[in-house]
Design a protein around this ligand. Structure first.
Ligand code: 5RP
Length: 213
């Protein structure tokens, strides 16, 4: 069974509550925070996370695509995130930022961009709840899955077997009916999907299908 984390980046922001309820059967809800600096796009911030928290009990998987995540992580925890994921490339104080998120009583995750070798995250794996292996360049939904990222997922799953066997491995970007099974076979157990879920006639059915992988 996979955990599915529908990305609200592909939802209708004018009808966010309605769209969130369409995917309430998913294990998590993926909330993409972009600052126009770490990535060349701007999405949403703390006030929207607070509002989402008020309209759903879903587990909020908050993906910070921002510079200086240590400076903002606590605000997202207080806004209602259940897990805060930040980019390895965006932070010099990785261990400290993990500790900060944990001290707020939340789960901590680190994400790596496609050009970042998977080995760069190994020193932190024992202290993390999840690693997010980006399968597109972060910044925009609707991009094509990068199949080369599957080798990173396989290597990370093998590495985690010894040091943190409960580690969640999430993939994000271009996940659809063709690529979701490939990612799951490589060892990913958390699937982020935006356009494939919210672009479907029945988003809940897509969530069910991916959960069964
Ligand atoms: O983090 C993201 C982009 O940076 C999105 O979550 C991701 O791209 C999902 O969108 P899609 O499923 O449409 O590819």
């Amino acid at each position: 069974m996979a955990k599915v984390s529908p990305s609200i980046l592909a939802a209708d922001f004018a009808n966010l509550e309605r769209d969130i309820h369409k995917v309430s059967g998913a294990a998590m809800l993926h909330v993409d925070v972009m600052d126009g600096h770490f990535v060349p796009n701007i999405s949403i911030g703390v006030p929207v996370v607070e509002s989402i928290r008020k309209c759903t009990d879903m587990f909020l998987d908050v993906h910070l695509m921002i510079s200086h995540p240590k400076q903002y992580a606590e605000q997202f925890c207080k806004a209602g995130a259940d897990l805060v994921c930040f980019h390895l490339e965006a932070e010099d104080d990785v261990q400290e930022t993990i500790g900060l998120i944990r001290s707020c009583g939340k789960k901590a995750a680190v994400s790596i961009k496609p050009q970042t070798p998977v080995e760069a995250v190994y020193p932190f794996v024992k202290d993390l709840d999840m690693v997010l292996v980006m399968t597109v360049e972060p910044g925009f939904g609707g991009q094509k899955f990068m199949p080369d990222m599957l080798d990173k997922v396989k290597a990370l799953r093998a590495y985690a077997q010894n040091v943190n066997p409960a580690l969640d491995i999430e993939v994000d970007g271009g996940i659809n009916f063709e690529t979701a099974p490939q990612a799951a076979a490589a060892g990913a157990n958390v699937l982020v999907a935006g356009s494939c879920v919210f672009g479907a006639e029945e988003p809940g059915k897509v969530v069910e299908a991916f959960t069964a992988l």
